[in-house]
Design a protein around this ligand. Structure first.
Ligand code: HEC
Length: 187
């Protein structure tokens, strides 16, 4: 089978892959006024715990609410529209089709042309992919951040360390392969 469309090898970002689908097909109704459930894509809600900004659409679809002492936004993985297996859940054995896009009301809506919309099969598969990747919002740690300069410097510093460690690994591997080849030639 051919790999799916233009996804290629990039990281999966809901903001870049899924929000444009809602912008095109849904926000004419789901603007938070005509329909109270907003699917709009401005990064306006700030979660001070994760230091991340969220869109209305992401919070609506994951049924997220500010929760707990820290008032961090938490989604509800067991809602019927978009259900997923929480990455924090216990690793118990699950029956087939326990959760995910095949159990999602949202996907049924899209397939049935909800609100007169006509998504392409490719768009519907993309939304399924988002659900089955366990609803990530960002595809890169820097995306949609709500960082101070200090937070950014902190991340930059560790990013540079990671980069240096990667370069060192690669150099070690190169030298190792070279030493094997030299041995081979001496035989
Ligand atoms: C023509 C207007 C219209 C359009 C366009 C539209 N919707 Fe809706 N949507 C509605 C109405 C009306 C309801 C409430 C009745 C219902 O649940 O079907 C609704 C309800 C929903 C719900 C359930 C809301 C809840 O509170 O749980 C979801 C999810 C949803 N729409 C998603 C979408 C998505 C995704 C799109 C774009 C692909 C879309 N809608 C496009 C009119 C629309």
């Amino acid at each position: 089978m051919e790999p799916e469309d233009e996804m290629g090898e990039r990281n999966f970002s809901y903001l870049k892959e899924i929000q444009p689908i809602w912008d095109k097909h849904c926000i004419s109704c789901h603007d938070g006024v005509k329909q109270p459930m907003s699917l709009k894509g401005e990064l306006k809600v700030v979660d001070h715990q994760s230091k991340r900004k969220y869109t209305d659409s992401y919070l609506s679809l994951t049924h997220a609410r500010p929760d707990g002492d820290d008032r961090a936004w938490r989604g509800d993985p067991h809602n019927p529209e978009v259900n997923w297996i929480s990455s924090l859940s216990e690793p118990t054995l699950l029956p087939p089709y326990f959760a995910g896009s095949n159990k999602s009301n949202l996907i049924k809506r899209l397939e049935n042309g909800h609100g007169g919309t006509k998504l392409t099969p490719q768009e519907i598969r993309k939304v399924s992919l988002w659900i089955d990747l366990l609803v990530p919002q960002i595809g890169d740690y820097r995306e949609a951040n709500n960082w101070s300069d200090k937070d950014r410097e902190f991340y930059d510093r560790y990013d540079k360390k990671r980069e240096a460690a990667r370069a060192e690994d690669q150099e070690n591997i190169r030298q190792y392969i070279q030493s094997l080849q030299t041995k081979e030639q001496k035989k």
